[in-house]
Design a protein around this ligand. Structure first.
Ligand SMILES: [Zn+2]
Ligand SMILES: [Zn+2]
Length: 186
């Protein structure tokens, strides 16, 4: 069962207090059943967060992480301005303050049988500037070999052969879609 919108909006308001976002327009949260592989997205200027009801109904334990992830985008925009990179150090700092791992952007769903019972994970790091891909057990946010900074998109999967295949085969367009923040709305 999906949590009521009021609870989600209250959670965002609490996080904004913790992040010391100056009082401003209320952030609204809506369920958007037209979202396909995107778990959530943020419209910075409108202060609006959309969540995917179908995906999150299947993984209710991800609702909070996705919500806080998107809320941190709106907060970073209000605190640090329009040009702060989507998953850059400002956003990661807010995720850390929220007690959530900043290196995890979006869990890649893989078939249940491929899931490991242990909590080992592997990560695909893609540079949004040059497309350089790395798969590893940890994510480093250093400079890409193309010279770009703060442009990494990160996907996570269980450390199984199924998870590895999923990360190897995922297309750049899908990584971008899953890690989408609505830049057009900035
Ligand atoms: Zn690069
Ligand atoms: Zn994001």
């Amino acid at each position: 069962m999906l949590p009521p919108i009021e609870d989600l909006e209250e959670r965002v308001a609490e996080m904004f207090v913790r992040w010391r976002v100056p009082p401003g327009d209320k952030v609204t949260v809506t369920w958007n059943s037209r979202l396909r592989s995107t778990a959530g997205r943020a419209f910075y200027r409108d202060g609006r967060i959309e969540l995917n009801p179908e995906l999150l109904e299947r993984s209710p334990d991800h609702v909070d992480t996705v919500l806080v992830h998107e809320a941190a985008h709106v907060a970073a925009h209000r605190l640090f301005g329009a040009h702060c990179p989507a998953h850059g150090r400002h956003w990661r700092g807010l995720m850390r303050l929220a007690g959530l791992p900043p290196d995890v952007t979006h869990q890649l769903p893989v078939p249940r049988k491929a899931r490991s019972s242990r909590r080992e994970r592997i990560y695909l790091r893609v540079c949004d500037a040059c497309g350089d891909r790395r798969i590893a057990r940890t994510v480093r946010y250093d400079e890409c070999r193309c010279g770009a900074r703060e442009r990494f998109l990160v996907m996570r999967a269980p450390a199984t052969s199924g998870g590895l295949d999923a990360l190897r085969n995922i297309a750049l367009a899908e990584v971008r879609e899953r890690c989408a923040v609505n830049r057009a709305a900035q």
